[in-house]
Design a protein around this ligand. Sequence first.
Ligand code: ADP
Ligand code: MG
Length: 246
Amino acid sequence: MSEKMIIEVEDLTVSFDGFKAVDSLNLYVEKNACHVIIGPNGAGKTTVLDLICGRTKATGGSVKFKNKELLSMREDQIVHAGVGRKFQTPSVYEDLTVSENLELSYPKGHSVFGALMFRRDDPVQTRIREIAETIFLEDQLDEKAAFLSHGQKQWLEIGMLLIQDPELLMLDEPVAGMSVAERKKTAELLNRIIQDRSVIVIEHDMGFVADIATRVTVLHQGKTLSEGSMERVQNDPKVVEVYLGH
Ligand code: ADP
Ligand code: MG
């Protein structure tokens, strides 16, 4: 495996009742890159993330993350290996505060009741404050998640992944439903995250993609239609045709 890559996907295939949702896909993600997957609805984007995180079992192929084959691992082992996944809809605990949500996600099974024993010098609390600052929620630490905006909930969920210190984060349409200002801040957040991690993002908003992408893969019918810089794929006649056709 190349030293430059965080993950190498080769020949990845899944078939649902004979329908190949992902079809012999190759995908190589560099360390410290924000690799964006775009493509029309039903192209297989979400399924690719499901396969990498072990939620869906592949029919064939290989997914190597730092030389470990993920396809033979369970979902929890893959998380433990350093791959974090965020789903399309935020799944924060509405009745808990921002701080408690982050604390629950802290590894080593720190329970939320630990918050009752709050100590300023606690390394867990220090980490929670650091993460809250990163995700623009330092002033909302004691607010219940239910009162956050949709965009703030998405950031909180990214924070709940970050606190687990993954080397690779996978985000499925993180800016869907966000305001323009929130999208800009999310782009800033992702650019900060890739200073010391790698990210795979599925996204539709081309302005946002242009702000974050190191590399873009266009997926169509479970296969790579085009790949390269944002500019390159945008000017690829094959890509233009697929998008106009939809
Ligand atoms: P995208 O995220 O690009 O919109 P998906 O990966 O969700 O597309 O879906 C790709 C195709 O695979 C779709 O046709 C979808 O209906 C099908 N599909 C996804 N998951 C399953 C499943 N668990 N069983 C059957 N078909 C599925
Ligand atoms: Mg999807």
